[in-house]
Design a protein around this ligand. Structure first.
Ligand code: FE2
Length: 252
């Protein structure tokens, strides 16, 4: 039976839509991409693994696979930039930390907008960071001797002048437009999920506030070199399209 041009185009559109749906729901959300950044000019001789926006909902196998890749990088430090859990749900918070403590290096993190701020949860963040050999930083600085690590809870840096390289952990990429007293050598952030679903030629369908122009990747910003990770999990819809989850390895 002959197929008209119109029918053919209709079938093709349906087929492509179906393939896109399979990819967005079943393939991309668990197809981890490893990005490598070279900041070795800082001369610290260290490896940092950057994780962000896990939105953990009890999906143990996914987190265990991320941690296996993290450990294989033999990091000196693991940095997490917010949204450990989803929609302030505390159900899986302790379990997430229980798994994260085997990340293979001291774990330092900051809070994201999805993380719960009630006193009981904050206690879990503090004890979880400590059990993982590091800390959850709420507008604090940690001096490692040859560099300083800052961590803030909002889109801003700390008003401190440091005589050594300084790295900032901040959930919100908009921190790039909030320069402090001194630019950072490196800012690690997340929050945008890279848009999570990016339509070719159109770009991200949705971006949260406090992203500004810093959607994904490395930027020169008024606050210093800013890296925005695409994140490991999903929010709103459990799908990713043209925007794979990302783990980043930074040589500093
Ligand atoms: Fe997030």
């Amino acid at each position: 039976m002959a197929v008209t041009r119109r029918t053919f185009l209709k079938r093709m559109t349906l087929a492509l839509g179906g393939l896109a749906a399979v990819d967005a729901l079943g393939v991309e959300p668990r197809w981890l991409d490893v990005t490598r950044l070279d900041f070795s000019h800082l001369g610290l001789g260290k490896t940092i693994v950057h994780l962000t926006d896990l939105h953990y909902r009890g999906n143990r196998a996914w987190l265990e696979s991320i941690l296996e890749i993290t450990r294989a990088e033999k990091p000196d430090l693991v940095c997490f930039t917010g949204d450990l859990v989803d929609r302030k749900n505390t159900e899986h918070l302790a379990e997430a930390f229980d798994l994260l403590k085997s990340c293979g290096a001291p774990l330092y993190g900051v809070m994201g907008n999805h993380d719960p701020y009630d006193p009981a949860s904050l206690k879990i963040f503090r004890s979880g960071g400590k059990a993982a050999g590091g800390a959850w930083l709420t507008n604090e600085a940690v001096d490692f001797g040859d560099f300083v690590l800052h961590g803030t809870s909002g889109p801003y840096g700390l008003k401190r002048v440091e005589p050594k390289p300084k790295i900032l952990l901040c959930h919100y990429p908009a921190v790039g437009d909030k320069p402090g007293t001194q630019p950072y050598d490196l800012i690690l952030s997340g929050h945008s999920h890279g848009g999570q679903c990016r339509v070719p030629l159109v770009g991200a369908l949705f971006l949260p506030s406090f992203v500004n122009r810093y959607v994904a990747g490395l930027y020169d910003s008024p606050s210093g070199k800013l890296f925005v990770g695409r994140g490991l999990g999903t929010s709103l819809l459990p799908m990713r399209f043209n925007c794979r989850p990302e783990l980043t390895v930074v040589r500093v």
